[in-house]
Design a binder for this molecule. Structure first.
Ligand code: AMO
Length: 450
């Protein structure tokens, strides 16, 4: 008999079926043994009764948590009062007639049987290979997969083409010092901070492009919102009228991602007891100056001369906007030109500020983007003003010598989105194998430096 998934047992009531999965919980009641068996689709209770099968009962006595098993039996409806409403298959159980052990498991270093896995973050990550098996932890990455899938899916419906950006780059796209240097056959190269320049080159041929790439930031600080390796969801589009077209596209992408998560991850959202962030019909947008004025008016904190919003400002402006409009999202645009990378488009009416934007959600930046400089002469001038070496970005500059129309784009961080949708307290929880200053799978403090 071939295997069925736990989610399909409802179609087999009164019939024989074989389920394969892992022992999540084993309860020995003497006369009966109960097993919770987990497969990729859910959890089902198995009853092992020696009166029904002596041999199955014998094997069940041997079983430990996380043993991989194949169990054949009859699917029964559970009587009314023993229905487990928390499980999708909680109305059914399998009465075992045959149990095969497919793989034994060592004793777990901690209990994984409860609905919440109450472990300190370092322990959770030190044992990722095991903790990932917990349904609530697995749920994080199911939601993340839905986010990434919908990013791709929505943009494809809008005529965007996916491309693969390189991970090793000869130059620094974003400026600043947060880069990992690579010894590239004796030459200096970098792990890519962003596919920025590549997405602009590819856009110049395809008009609309996107990429799902790893980016690397040598963040020297340990915060709850920074990783050193990030899944960056990047898009770039040509023939825009203004940065507002980019903003609108970014908003549609996020709206579509939220809808997809709502439609396909109800079970996962329920586990975290969360509601999706609210996106109203038209997400509000304000200039940095306007945001700073609002903060001043709201709390008296005077940040009006600052070049950017700090985390406290981001939290406050999001709270103000939520109160005013009900929106959990707000776009902030118009940053000081000199404090953003060379490719960001200065506002022609006031070149001191640019047409770059960020999207904040509940106090956290999800996205950056905006309009770019597309005029070759202006671009080469900005390369000079930003004191960059044009030889290192020849490929990029050459593309702009040959007729690039007004254009812009944006990038979303997949981990930050996942973190906030599930209201996780640390972005590391939303990275399947997080890298930070203190960890590359192992804690670096426990390793010797070479
Ligand atoms: P930026 O540097 O703002 O923009 O990155 C875009 C988005 O990526 C996520 N992100 C991070 N997430 C976790 N840890 C980090 N260290 C980290 N760094 C970035 C955030 C952020 O909003 N080239 C531009 C994008 C563009 O203009 O198209 C860029 O890289 O969610």
């Amino acid at each position: 008999m071939s295997r069925i998934l736990v989610s399909d047992v409802k179609d087999f009531v009164g019939k024989q079926a074989t389920v394969m999965g892992w022992v999540r919980i084993r309860r020995d009641h003497g006369k009966l043994i109960f097993l919770d068996i987990r497969d990729r689709s859910g959890i089902i209770q198995v009853v092992v009764n020696p009166q029904v099968s002596e041999s199955a009962y014998k094997v069940a006595q041997e079983l430990g948590v996380e043993y991989a098993v194949s169990i054949k039996g009859q699917v029964n409806q559970r009587p009314g009062k023993s229905v487990n409403k928390d499980l999708e298959s909680g109305g059914f159980e399998l009465e075992a007639t045959e149990i095969k052990i497919l793989a034994k498991a060592a004793t777990l270093p901690f209990d994984m049987g409860s609905d919440d896995l109450k472990l300190e973050l370092p322990t959770l990550l030190d044992h990722r290979g095991i903790t990932l098996r917990h349904p609530k932890i697995a749920a994080i990455f199911k939601v993340q997969a839905a986010i990434i899938d919908e990013f791709r899916n929505y943009l494809k419906t809008q005529g965007f083409v996916e491309f693969q950006a390189p991970a090793i780059a000869p130059a620094v796209a974003e400026g600043g010092a947060a880069v990992f240097e690579v010894n590239y056959f004796g030459h200096k190269a970098y792990l890519s901070q962003s596919p920025q320049l590549y997405k602009q080159i590819v856009m110049s041929a395809f008009e609309r492009v996107f990429s799902v790439n790893k980016i690397f930031r040598a963040e020297p600080s340990v915060t709850t919102r920074h990783l050193t390796e990030v899944v960056s969801l990047d898009a770039e589009m040509a023939f825009i009228d203004s940065w507002l077209d980019v903003k609108d596209m970014a908003e549609q992408v996020v709206r579509s991602i939220l809808k997809r998560v709502e439609d396909t991850c109800a079970k996962e959202l329920k586990m975290y007891k969360v509601e999706l962030p609210k996106m109203i019909d038209k997400t509000p947008y304000l200039s940095l100056k306007e945001a700073q004025e609002k903060i001043f008016k709201n709390s008296g904190r005077d940040v009006r001369e600052e070049k950017d919003l700090n985390p406290e400002d981001e939290r406050e402006i999001c709270e103000i906007i939520k109160k005013e409009t009900g929106s959990d999202f707000v776009f902030i645009y118009g940053y000081p030109t000199k404090h953003k990378p060379f490719y960001v488009y200065p506002n022609p009416e006031n070149p001191e500020v640019n047409e770059g934007m960020d999207l904040l959600c509940k106090g956290l930046e999800w996205l950056s983007g905006g309009r770019r400089v597309n005029d070759y002469d202006q671009l080469t001038k900005q390369v000079k003003d930003w004191k960059l070496d044009p030889n290192k970005i020849k490929l990029f500059l050459e593309a702009f010598q040959y007729g690039v129309p007004p254009e812009g784009g944006f990038a979303l961080g997949a981990e930050r989105m996942t973190m906030q949708i599930l209201e996780l307290s640390n972005v590391r929880e939303a990275s399947i194998f997080p890298r930070d200053m203190e960890r590359i799978d192992e804690r670096l403090s426990t390793q010797k430096k070479s």
